[in-house]
Design a protein around this ligand. Structure first.
Ligand SMILES: C[S@@+](CC[C@H](N)C(=O)[O-])C[C@H]1O[C@@H](n2cnc3c(N)ncnc32)[C@H](O)[C@@H]1O
Length: 351
């Protein structure tokens, strides 16, 4: 019997039902609504866009509890179609009623790919971002809705831009965990330092880890490696989102991981655009940061260049799971490559 864990490709409908099940529970909605940075930035962005929302028709793609639909109604929308595929739509209906907005907001249960709206819309609002921006692949659904339902020309999409960043980091937890095996002898008189190679292999694995990166762990100014214009980007282009990066290290440290994070931008007529940032330099959001561990830490000094290319694409086993491939060179080291993926949420995806 083989001990190798093979990933089994799930068919699309099974992937979708696992995905929508994950949004049928209260916990994820609690986490999103409690994320003040996220929810307040959307609220401010919608209210600051009231000029283009007032009297207009809005589509909320993936309405969840309906919070963004309510913000749009508060901004003066004539009608909001709150499309939600999973059973949380029932709660959205209750919330809409509780806020006396049944006249303006119509909750429609179904996927945005299959529902039939009575009319085209002037504005699309959606909170579609997953870990490392593209995990969950929900942006595909927003683009589908844009192409089918958004008035052209003149339709507005909120947010309308997304950007991806990368920076080398030194995660101190890794340093502590690797060092731990050298300290066992002092505590118990048993030398376990030979465990450090095994520990390195286990800790520096190929999973995308979702963690809070602190500012002190960041080793250079972050580099932007991709930008998506949501008015024009296509589903085809999302199959491979990639770009180069060059980072110049601040000082002496051991690089043991890369941190990947994103921002999305809301246009605000006559005012500076609003940015929802998941940078480690900004207040924390529930997305935290994506951490990609190297196989072995690499020492750097001030001005050491860390260069490379990042590419992000959906995994073969499940199109909703993101993979991140990084080709990188640190200082004089020769080019390295590593592919990272988000661990499957379902044991069904493995055999
Ligand atoms: C990240 S949550 C955002 C929920 C809500 N808009 C908010 O801001 O709190 C995304 C929601 O979109 C729904 N969703 C994802 N893809 C969808 C699709 N293709 N059609 C309809 N709903 C979808 C999910 O079930 C989930 O409730």
């Amino acid at each position: 019997m083989s001990h190798v864990v093979k990933k089994r490709k799930l068919d699309k409908s099974r992937q979708d039902s696992l995905y929508f099940d994950s949004y049928s529970d209260v916990t994820i909605h609690e986490e999103m609504i409690a994320d003040h940075v996220r929810t307040n930035t959307y609220r401010m962005a919608i209210l600051r866009n009231s000029e283009c929302i007032r009297g207009k028709v809005v589509l909320d793609v993936g309405a969840g509890t309906g919070v963004l639909s309510i913000f749009c109604a508060q901004a003066g929308a004539r009608k909001v179609y709150a499309v939600e595929a999973c059973s949380i739509a029932e709660q959205a209906e209750k919330i809409v009623k509780q806020n006396n907005m049944e006249e303006k907001i119509q909750v429609i249960r179904g996927t945005v790919e299959t529902v039939d709206l009575p009319e085209k819309v002037d504005v699309i609002v959606s909170e579609w971002m997953g870990y490392a921006l593209l995990h969950e692949s929900m942006l595909n659904s927003v683009l589908y809705a844009r192409d089918k339902w958004l008035q052209q020309p003149g339709g507005v999409i909120l947010p309308n831009k997304a950007e991806l960043y990368i920076t080398p980091i030194c995660d101190p937890v890794v340093e502590d965990r690797l060092h731990f095996w050298y300290t066992v002898k002092d505590q118990y008189g048993v030398d376990m330092s030979c465990m450090s190679d095994f520990a390195t292999k286990c800790i520096m694995n190929s999973d995308i880890t979702v963690n809070s990166v602190t500012v002190e762990d960041v080793l250079s100014h972050p580099a932007r490696f991709a930008e998506l214009d949501l008015n024009t980007v296509t589903v085809e282009e999302l199959r491979s989102v990639k770009g180069d990066f060059t980072c110049e290290c601040f000082g002496s440290a051991a690089v043991n991981a890369f941190c990947v994070y994103f921002t999305v931008t809301f246009p605000c007529p006559d005012k500076p655009a609003l940015v929802l940032s998941t940078s480690p330099f900004k207040p924390e959001t529930h997305w935290k940061q994506a951490v990609l561990y190297l196989d072995v830490p690499v020492d750097v000094v001030q001005d050491t260049l860390v260069t490379g290319e990042v590419s992000m694409y959906p995994s073969e086993a499940s199109a909703r799971h993101i993979c991140i491939h990084v080709d990188y060179t640190i200082g004089e080291q020769k080019k390295q490559s590593k592919t990272f993926s988000i661990p499957d949420w379902s044991s069904e995806a493995q055999i």
